[in-house]
Design a binder for this molecule. Structure first.
Ligand code: KIV
Ligand code: ZN
Length: 389
């Protein structure tokens, strides 16, 4: 594997599915898992097998059909969880057990009423036990974002010794600033013995809207796996959005970081997840929102019609969107109206455009958006006939 490749660990079917109201049945999970495999993700976190019989079945069925990606099951640092996950993953070509425990002082004190040393012992036992079933074991240090770096380094070193292949450093509460999270990853890279033999993973939540920025800071500082979900869905304010990470790396080649994702499938995958989960994508969502490639102000429309790159940094086709949208509103100018009129069959002279534009403004002041049907009516009102093809 190239040292610049960042593995994409998709957790739409686990952390994403924890969103209230987004529950999927096994059949829906299978359809999404197949699409994620096509998209080119490296790891599919298929669920938390011990949590319910339904989750166990989903993980097991997904393990049977996924052709390329590693299939992963989540566990607590508890023997029963690990044993059940191993069973659910038994059909996977490339199985991974993802086990771990909270490492921040707050988790150690309030969740476990334990001590730092005992938490390390429990983590080591879990990794060793998982290792007795599968070769690929990922350890998560829950709430690593608020865990003291010196202690986190001790945790990581102990898990590497126990056999972990991937170390997940979650910012579980979405608390960190990008500089802080990036420095945390750098600190581990510089202070943990054996760190170069394992992959560091970023798992960032979006409580302050920083999940993507934090994951990128992690990758820039040496992490080589990012855990993310389609459309950024997940607990509370969500997880890092897969589509954002992929396109940031593509749009900034000088970072020298890349993924194996087929970006042309991003939009379709986003729609598929949104439809199955009944979770609509906010229109202004980066990359996959309905307005991500839509232009409505006259100045922007004029620029985009002359050359798309004036106001777009991504060619929509690169993410599977057929074309940029020129939306007609009262803020639109003549260039946008002529462009849209041409699309529905009217080639306007300069003189005609003046007449038609005045009529258009009357429509636009009454309506939020002027659609194709309105354009035909505007032409009728101003006696403009469609051009014969
Ligand atoms: O946010 C988190 O810490 C998690 C872990 C279970 C990996 O989802
Ligand atoms: Zn999470």
């Amino acid at each position: 594997m190239s040292n610049n490749k960042v593995q994409i660990f998709d957790t739409t079917l686990r952390d994403g599915e924890q969103v209230p109201g987004c529950k999927l049945n096994t059949q829906q999970k299978l359809v999404i898992a197949e699409q994620l495999d096509l998209l080119g993700v490296d790891v599919i976190e298929a669920g938390f097998p011990v949590s319910s019989p339904g989750d166990f079945t989903s993980v097991s069925e997904i393990a049977k059909i996924v052709k390329n990606a590693t299939v992963c099951g989540l566990t607590r640092a508890v023997e029963k969880d690990i044993k059940v996950a191993a069973e659910a993953l038994s059909y996977a070509k490339r199985p991974r057990i993802h086990t771990g425990i909270g490492t921040s002082d707050s988790h150690i004190k309030y969740k476990f009423n334990s001590t730092r040393d005992k938490v390390i012992e429990k983590g080591v036992a879990a990794v060793k036990y998982a290792k007795s079933f599968v070769e690929d074991v990922e350890f998560f240090a829950e709430d690593a974002g608020r865990t003291d770096n010196e202690y986190l380094a001790r945790v990581c070193e102990a898990m590497i010794k126990a056999g972990a292949t991937v170390l997940n450093i979650p910012d579980t509460t979405g608390y960190c600033l990008p500089e802080e999270y990036g420095a945390k990853i750098r600190f581990l890279k510089e202070n943990v013995k054996g760190i170069d033999n394992v992959i560091i993973s970023c798992h960032c939540h979006n409580d302050l809207g920083l999940a993507t920025a934090n994951s990128m800071a992690g990758a820039i500082n040496g992490a080589r796996q990012i855990e993310c979900t389609i459309n950024g869905i997940g607990e509370r304010a969500g997880n890092t959005a897969l589509e954002e990470i992929v396109m940031i790396m593509k749009q900034h080649p000088y970072l020298n970081l890349n993924t194996d994702i087929d970006s042309r499938l991003l939009y379709k995958t986003s729609q598929m997840v949104s439809d199955h989960m009944g979770m609509f994508v906010q229109p202004n969502k980066a990359i996959v929102g309905a307005n991500a490639f839509a232009h409505s102000s006259g100045i922007h429309q004029d620029g985009v019609i002359k050359n798309r790159e004036t106001y777009e940094i991504i060619d929509p086709e690169e993410v599977g969107v057929t074309e940029s949208a020129i939306v007609l509103t009262a803020r639109s100018g003549r260039a946008a109206l002529a462009y849209r009129a041409k699309k529905v069959g009217y080639e306007l002279s300069k003189l005609q455009l003046d007449d038609v534009y005045s009529e258009f403004l009357k429509f636009a002041d009454r309506k939020k958006e002027v659609i194709d049907e309105d354009i035909h009516q505007i032409m009728k009102n101003t006696n403009v006939a469609a051009a014969v093809a």
